[in-house]
Design a protein around this ligand. Structure first.
Ligand SMILES: NC(=O)c1ccc[n+]([C@@H]2O[C@H](COP(=O)([O-])OP(=O)(O)OC[C@H]3O[C@@H](n4cnc5c(N)ncnc54)[C@H](O)[C@@H]3O)[C@@H](O)[C@H]2O)c1
Ligand SMILES: [Zn+2]
Length: 429
């Protein structure tokens, strides 16, 4: 027993020494970071990193050698994360996740500081679409040493295997390697497509999101869901892959058409209804278009909170699908409607009568649709394909009052029945 105490004492002493060494290492990492920032040096140095990572421990024990590699790798990763944290501004919202972290920076004018905030000292593949004013992608490109701008056709259609294929071709053509990065400059469609490409190219490379629609700023650019549509099914193929940094610059919304703005407000309203009563009150009592910065900040704060607790959507994160089960079916059958408008309709279908009555004046104020032309038979087929299936049923979110939601398996027939409230000829006409 005495021997045991001795061993434990030794372990405690070593741990204490390691803690001190860890802090010392991080202090030097911090000084290097500050020095690089001051002298405008590139944030990462892949050659140096490879050299540091190749270090081994001097022991004939091969098992220990392998474990040291893992230990050392984690120390290097933590050092990188620490530097990243130091670089971010006070206004950044850190999103700490099990497999790395993501920094969300929201600040008016931050797009023009892309050179300071993003690591662009490598090959940079910028994805945008032909509806996004080109100067946003050009601003990023002008901060890069080796940029390539790839412009896809605007709209949901770009989230296709065909566009993905030409994008990957162009990435190869730009001689992108695992050390390089992708920057999405656009709305949710561009963020979903570019993030997916980055997550599969060379088994995954860094990506940054620069969302330029309100919808992408409050929702799509944050949380790490990427993907494309396939086989007529919305987001049928995709990955969970966090962007390294999300740069939210509300100034870029100045060029966004009002209908797109309202579509984004619908996703923010979803967050208010389910998770943030104060945000909901803002929608009820004020003109949301006059309070965009506040709305973005509240929505992103809630989304990061939920994602940090349940990154892979095994529980809490499902609440963010409120309005989406039916919304996605509407989106695939009513292409004239925008994503946020479809979600808005889906929310109306999935809330209690009292909440429906409370939502109506907000929808009227924002000119959001309260009915659409989806046919129950089409809806049933699409809902049956939903990814959130639970046996014969589909996991869907119902909301009875602000902040009062249930997530439960619901039969496809029951979900289809709910559509009557939002179809022409239904009770809302
Ligand atoms: N990954 C996620 O977590 C998540 C969450 C919500 C939505 N989404 C996805 O996001 C997509 C919808 O995103 P969206 O509403 O941003 O649509 P979008 O990306 O199609 O953009 C809408 C339109 O606005 C234009 N545009 C973009 N920025 C502009 C600007 N600053 N000024 C003028 N025009 C501009 C685009 O060219 C496009 O025509 C859907 O595919 C949806 O599935 C993903
Ligand atoms: Zn959505």
């Amino acid at each position: 027993m005495e021997k045991m105490e001795q061993f434990r004492g030794e372990i405690d002493q070593i741990d204490g020494e390691m803690a001190q060494l860890f802090c010392r290492r991080m202090d030097v990492v911090k000084q290097i970071g500050l020095y690089k920032a001051e002298h405008g040096l590139p944030i990462t140095d892949p050659v140096r990193e490879a050299k540091v990572l190749a270090r081994t421990v001097d022991t004939p024990d091969t098992v220990l050698n392998g474990m040291y590699g893992e230990f050392h790798h984690s120390v290097v990763e933590l050092s990188k994360r620490y530097q990243k944290r130091l670089r971010s501004t006070e206004k950044a919202l850190p999103l700490d996740l099990h497999d790395g972290s993501c920094e969300i920076i929201m600040e008016r004018g931050c797009l023009c500081r892309a050179n300071e905030l993003l690591d662009l000292s490598r090959r940079v593949f910028i994805v945008t679409d032909d509806g996004v004013p080109p100067e946003y992608a050009q601003t990023v490109a002008s901060a890069c040493a080796a940029p390539r701008i790839f412009t896809v056709a605007q709209g949901e259609g770009c989230k296709s295997l065909q566009t993905l294929s030409s994008l990957l071709d162009a990435m190869l053509d730009h001689r992108m390697t695992r050390q390089d990065c992708v920057v999405a400059v656009g709305g949710g469609a561009v963020c979903d497509l570019a993030g997916f490409a980055a997550s599969v190219f060379a088994r995954g490379i860094d990506h940054y999101n620069v969302p330029t629609t309100l919808l992408a700023q409050v929702d799509a650019s944050v949380g790490g869901k990427t993907g494309i549509n396939f086989g007529g099914i919305k987001n049928a193929v995709g990955t969970f892959c966090q962007p390294e940094i999300v740069l939210i610059d509300p100034l870029v919304l100045e060029t966004l058409p009002e209908r797109q703005m309202i579509s984004g407000l619908a996703e923010a309203l979803k967050i208010g209804v389910t998770l943030d009563p104060e945000l909901f009150t803002l929608f009820e009592r004020k003109d949301p278009l006059d309070h965009l910065d506040e709305i973005i900040r509240c929505a992103v704060t809630q989304k990061t909170r939920v994602v940090s607790l349940d990154e892979r959507e095994n529980g809490l994160r499902r609440v963010l699908n409120f309005g989406h089960t039916i919304g996605h079916a509407i989106e695939m059958t009513c292409p004239e409607l925008l994503h946020g408008e479809c979600v808005a309709l889906g929310m109306l279908a999935m809330c209690s009568e009292s909440l429906y009555q409370r939502l109506l004046p907000i929808y009227k104020k924002l000119h959001l649709p309260i009915v659409c032309s989806i046919k129950p038979r089409d809806a049933a087929a699409l809902i049956a394909h939903d990814k959130k299936r639970a046996g014969a049923d589909v996991l869907a979110v119902e909301v009875s009052d602000i902040g009062q939601y249930t997530i439960r398996p619901i039969a496809v027939d029951e979900l289809t029945g709910r559509i009557s409230r939002i179809t022409k000829g239904g009770i809302a006409t």
